[in-house]
Design a protein around this ligand. Structure first.
Ligand code: NDP
Length: 408
């Protein structure tokens, strides 16, 4: 690990030039060693090994630190989550699991993971007897979450599973049952529950800071470049389900639930898949839905892989409006409350969401804390996603029970 906190990101954010901090870093023997090993790039050069490093010096770990095996060394694991272990007191990377031996070696070296704690998917079952591993973090394509969660529980480990929990409520049911059988914890990595703006938004809405909630509008979209199901799991139905809703729209779905604090009683939805576009030969280009809540409030949700980038939540009540734009990004959150007064919120650094999520899971494992984003929440969300697809396919409004299952 880089010990004095100068990172690849810092190089890049600093414009890639020689900064005082980077010069100080290069003067240290530790840095020189990292350069020699090819882990750290030369001053001003972005590193080319694809491994991101913690933005802060690693914190001293407590003796009861939880060892995680990270399964799937993709973009999100490498660039977002793995560097954040350094910001926790009680979580560390104990093992890595990958289908790419070269990458496994390179990333393991960078994170100091011993050779006998590097697993392939084929050798994963051996992790059961690896006492260094307490928990498994599943950060694979979404269609693989259910099977790998089952394997991790079979190995006797706790599971932190990326969103969406799975691609169907039936898979979620099986994951929850496996967790109970194994007597191990299951948490879904809904990071917005640990992000300061979203937490403050929840509080504001809980005390009716915009009056009685009437309409919530939200959209999460971006325009995907040319690709096809063979090249990109995100457009492959077996691995991605319907596509943008499970991947991006799930943030809006979540916000609609944690800001209204209600379950919808009915949903009507529409989906769109253009013909002749390899991006959308198996998944939807866009999915929109309208939800009606028992209070009379309405939520309008849109998500797309084929429109320009956006991520907002607007909540309008009887006396004002809460505007979050961007709402659930990795960083850069902006939030205002308009009404009798205009308030701009600086709730805290969004970057904390990643390590807080890890800390929270560790508290559940070590101290028995109640999990804020349990498997049951992931299941609830998949039920709603299923209702959205049923409504869109049938062209009718679907009525729901309070647990999100469809009526009739
Ligand atoms: P990537 O495609 O970047 O990485 C997925 C990794 O999974 C691959 O690098 C590969 O790792 C492994 N893998 C195993 N089998 C397959 C397969 N059949 N096809 C492709 N990859 C495979 O995806 P992301 O990192 O962006 O997403 C991974 C998960 O994280 C998804 O569930 C996604 O929804 C979630 N995510 C969550 C975010 C959040 O903010 N909470 C943000 C982004 C993603 P290897 O080569 O090591 O085997």
């Amino acid at each position: 690990m880089i010990e004095n906190g100068v990172t690849r990101r810092a190089f890049l954010e600093g414009g890639g030039g020689v900064t005082a901090a980077s010069l100080a870093l290069m003067a240290s023997p530790a840095a020189a060693l990292l350069v020699a090993r090819g882990v750290l790039g030369a001053v001003g050069q972005p590193m080319t090994n694809g491994v991101e490093f913690p933005a802060t010096p690693p914190r001293r770990k407590r003796s009861d630190s939880v060892g995680f095996a990270v399964v799937g060394l993709g973009d999100y694991a490498l660039k977002q989550m793995m560097p954040r272990f350094a910001q926790t007191e009680r979580a560390h990377i104990a093992a890595l699991v990958s289908g790419n031996p070269e990458k496994l070696g390179r990333v393991s070296d960078a994170y100091g993971v011993p050779k006998d704690a590097r697993y392939s998917y084929e050798s994963f079952a051996k992790i059961a007897s690896d006492k260094r591993v307490d928990a498994v973090y599943i950060v694979l394509p979404s269609g693989l979450h259910a099977d790998w969660t089952a394997k991790a529980f079979a190995a006797g480990k706790h599971v932190l599973c990326e969103k969406p929990m799975a691609l169907s409520s039936a898979e979620c049911d099986r994951m929850i049952a496996a967790s109970r059988r194994a007597n191990r914890k299951l948490m879904i990595a809904y990071r917005s529950h640990f992000e300061p703006h979203n937490l403050e938004a929840m509080e504001l809405m809980a005390r009716n800071a915009a009056g009685q909630l009437r309409v919530l509008r939200t959209e999460q979209s971006y325009r995907m470049g040319p690709t096809s199901p063979d090249d990109n799991w995100r457009v492959n139905r077996a691995l991605a389900g319907g596509g943008p809703l499970e991947d991006l729209g799930i943030y809006g779905l979540q916000a609609a639930l944690y800001l209204t604090r209600q379950m919808p009683e009915s949903i009507s939805a529409t989906s769109f898949r253009p013909t002749g576009d390899p991006r959308f030969s198996e998944i939807f280009a866009s999915v929109t839905s309208q939800w009606r809540f028992p209070s009379g409030a309405v939520a309008q949700l849109a998500t797309s892989y084929d429109s320009s980038g956006i991520n907002f939540v607007h909540v309008r009540g009887t006396t004002g409006a809460l505007i979050m734009d961007p709402a659930t990004n990795y960083s850069g959150q902006k939030m205002t409350l308009d009404g009798n007064e205009h308030r701009v919120f600086k709730s805290g650094d969004p970057d904390i969401q990643f390590s807080r999520q890890l800390d929270h899971f560790v508290d559940a494992i070590r101290d028995g804390a109640r999990i804020r984003t349990p498997g049951e929440m992931g299941l609830r969300d998949l039920r709603l996603i299923e209702a959205i697809y049923v409504s869109a396919a049938a062209g009718r409004t679907v009525k729901l029970n309070s647990d999100g299952t469809m009526r009739g």
